[in-house]
Design a protein around this ligand. Structure first.
Ligand SMILES: NC(=O)c1ccc[n+]([C@@H]2O[C@H](COP(=O)([O-])OP(=O)(O)OC[C@H]3O[C@@H](n4cnc5c(N)ncnc54)[C@H](O)[C@@H]3O)[C@@H](O)[C@H]2O)c1
Length: 269
């Protein structure tokens, strides 16, 4: 996969999956717009890429703010020449049930995880059309397909992303714009470590995350980035409106793997 001459915009590029994705595109010769609301980490990713001989610029942006998005997309085009690829990756996690979640938290999650992807796509697609098409990849979650407890806003926002990619994929298929989604399991990023830190015994939470996956470990950000980059590439030219689980088998295991661990031989009753 070679992205020479292509411009890739990655939201949440300052940390975790977005940072790994920005690095991966740059290593494959794309010019990368690193978008993040955290200036320190966003600048850090862009500087690191430039330090390795790649092309990257940092754009400070809160994707949930319509005026900021409308202002920033033209800046990306002016500085990098256009937009071919958009990775709507930035997201936040908040915990609560439908009764314990405040309206403010509900809106915060929806505005970042869902509306942010809508706004970025809305402003980036006209720029893609000027270049004959493009590719959009969203970061959903295994919680796009199933639910974890006490995460009502997050689960709902991630399910809605599947609707968004399908609707967008259909509307823009004839314009040579493909829209897909990755659905990661637990990935070792600052977000996951923050979630674990909310519990009395974070190490036990991380160990449980490892056990949760049939492969016996949580994922690394690079393992998600590889799939994002593939979906954005010409190798995925006939894939659109699709979601790909990157979850070490998590979604195929009914009730987890503990009932009978694989590889222990046949059981007799
Ligand atoms: N880590 C996991 O286990 C996991 C699993 C499934 C899905 N995901 C999803 O993957 C995506 C990335 O997660 P991560 O674990 O790398 O998170 P992270 O918190 O480690 O990094 C997210 C980055 O996005 C930025 N960001 C957050 N809100 C923003 C906003 N409004 N505008 C611009 N930038 C913003 C943050 O500053 C940060 O740099 C998220 O959409 C998340 O829901 C993560």
């Amino acid at each position: 996969m070679d992205f020479t001459g292509k411009v890739a915009v990655v939201t949440g590029g300052g940390a975790g999956i977005g940072q790994a994705t920005a690095r991966e595109f740059a290593a494959r010769h794309a010019a990368v717009a690193v978008v993040d609301r955290d200036a320190k980490t966003g600048q850090g990713t862009a500087a690191e890429i430039r330090g390795k001989g790649g092309t990257a610029e940092f754009f400070p942006l809160d994707i949930s703010k319509p005026d900021q998005v409308a202002r920033t997309i033209p800046q990306i085009v002016a500085r990098l020449g256009g937009i071919d690829i958009l990775v709507n990756n930035a997201g936040i996690q908040r915990y609560g049930t439908v009764t314990s979640t405040s309206e403010e938290v509900w809106d915060e999650v929806m505005n970042v995880n869902l509306k942010g992807a809508f706004l970025m796509s809305k402003h980036a697609i006209p720029e893609m059309l000027k270049r004959g098409g493009g590719a959009i990849v969203m970061t959903g979650s295994v919680q796009s397909r199933g639910a974890l407890a006490n995460s009502v806003a997050y689960v709902t926002s991630k399910h809605a992303l599947l609707g968004l990619i399908r609707a967008m994929a259909l509307d823009h298929a004839r314009e040579n714009i493909r829209v897909n989604c990755v659905c990661p399991g637990a990935i070792d990023t600052p977000m996951l470590r923050w979630s674990a830190s909310l519990q009395p015994h974070p190490d036990e939470v991380l160990a449980a995350c490892d056990r949760l996956h049939p492969v016996g470990r949580m994922g690394q950000a690079e393992e998600v980035a590889h799939v994002i980059v593939f979906l954005a590439s010409d190798l995925a030219s006939f894939i659109t409106g699709e979601s790909v689980a990157v979850d070490g088998g998590l979604l195929i295991a009914i009730g987890g793997t503990s009932f009978q661990e694989s590889g222990t031989g046949s059981s007799k009753r």
